[in-house]
Design a protein around this ligand. Structure first.
Ligand code: CTP
Length: 406
């Protein structure tokens, strides 16, 4: 995703430095070249060896440790496409704002003419200090404001480093990496709600986070995104809120026509109540009651057969009454939630449903999948190929899935 780009990553002396290890991994997974420059104090929080191993580059700290004729601060500044300083302490922010260049990192910042992202992290009183705020205003760069919450110093307030994914997204956005421009993505998310009566329903534990992460990533990569979800989501792209499997099917079918890719990340209920009671059902004297359920349409399978029929008609030139022949059909991607025999079930499902890719995830584990912010998946393709994506936050997994399928 970021191949050919060099990111100069400046780390300063704050406790949030340890989080930057994950940021380096995200940049590396996106194929960026990462050059780490630390202030001497940063190495009190994270080791040079860790940063070197993750970035696969020497870590620069000292200004006068010059290995060739080039002054290092100038050659680093020339080579990189962007400079990201995270976490940025009040001290480093103030130095950069006032042109102080007393270590390698601040010297590079002073000489850097390309885009700079600064992600501050500090105690909440330091953040609120008018001098620091004044210095921040002097910076001509993108500042990713810290978040509120419990701080390492014990205070509750604003000062925590923003999410690593936010720094990654901003970097990709500024580097203008938009390979999905002009592509329409339709993504579903969340568990459907099947009404029993006006106050009760059947649903599942799906949080909808994986679908949202996919929609956010596709948007960041330039796609025109429509998210069809059962959750309340407010985004800058098109969001269609639905409730039941039948609502979701209607919305997906409407959007399918001009889509380039449909990803069914939603946990669609396989059955719905045969007859939804119009009024709240009353408790009876019986110890048991029976609800009759009927099968919901399998949206993914229907999309796949629509596509297969369309492609077949295109080959034979026969114009069927059920649809117009299109010049191209979207890539159809399904998800597969399993609590046992993940790969075995996933292989059966991709064949049965006929989708191009199936993303298999294990929902029996507490540290990934449903409700978690993390996931670990295996991508299966229709030709029998398989690729495992190691456990990572859902946004990282989403980028990797998009990179793999598109
Ligand atoms: N799916 C769908 N419509 C349904 C059920 C599932 O479109 N009525 C889609 C899901 O969005 C997912 C894929 O099918 O992309 C697989 O869903 P999953 O729940 O894993 O499998 P099921 O087909 O429901 O089979 P089972 O519940 O027996 O595992």
């Amino acid at each position: 995703m970021l191949s050919g780009k060099t990111i100069l990553l400046g780390i300063t002396g704050g406790i949030a430095s340890y989080k930057i290890c994950e940021l380096i991994r995200m940049y590396k997974r996106a194929n960026a070249d990462v050059q780490v420059v630390c202030t001497p104090n940063a190495l009190n929080f994270v080791t040079k060896l860790t940063l070197q191993t993750l970035s696969k580059n020497n870590v620069a700290v000292e200004e006068f440790d010059i290995k060739n004729y080039n002054p290092e601060h100038i050659s680093f500044a020339d080579k990189a496409d962007i400079m990201v300083i995270a976490p940025a302490t009040a001290n480093t922010i103030s130095k950069i704002a006032t042109g102080v260049a007393d270590n390698l990192l601040t010297s590079i910042a002073c000489a850097f003419t390309k885009p700079v992202i600064i992600a501050p992290a500090m105690n909440c009183h330091m953040w609120e200090n008018p001098i620091i705020q004044e210095n921040l205003r002097k910076l001509s760069c993108t500042v990713l404001e810290p978040e509120s919450g419990y701080l390492a110093c014990g205070y509750l307030g604003k000062g925590r480093l923003c999410k690593i994914e936010k720094i990654f997204d901003k970097t990709a956005e500024i580097l203008n990496y938009k390979p999905l421009t002009g592509k329409k993505f339709v993504i579903t998310s969340g568990g459907t709600f099947e009404d029993i009566d006006p106050v009760r329903y059947i649903s599942n534990y799906s949080s909808g986070k994986m679908g949202v992460a996919l929609a956010d990533s596709a948007k960041n990569l330039g796609a025109d995104v429509t998210l069809i979800t059962t959750k309340d989501v407010s985004k800058k792209y098109n969001v269609i809120k639905v409730k039941s499997a039948l609502d979701m099917k209607d919305a997906v079918m409407r959007e399918f026509d001009n889509a380039d890719c449909v990803i069914m990340a939603a946990a669609v209920a396989d059955y719905r109540v045969k007859e939804t009671a119009p009024q709240k059902m009353k408790k009876t004297d019986e110890d048991e009651i029976t609800l009759t359920l009927v099968k919901n349409p399998d949206i993914l399978s229907e999309l796949c057969s629509l596509k297969a029929r369309g492609q077949e008609d295109k080959k034979t030139g026969y114009i069927a009454c059920h649809h117009d022949i299109r010049t191209s059909y979207p890539l159809v991607v399904g998800f597969c939630a399993e609590s046992e025999n993940l790969i075995e079930h996933a292989k059966e499902k991709i064949t049965k449903k006929g989708c191009d890719y199936l993303i298999a995830n294990d929902i029996s584990r507490k540290d990934i999948g449903f409700s978690s912010d993390y996931n670990e998946v295996t991508i299966l393709d229709k030709n029998g190929g398989m690729k495992k994506l190691e456990r990572a936050d859902k946004m990282t997994i989403a980028y990797q899935i998009l990179e793999e399928i598109f």
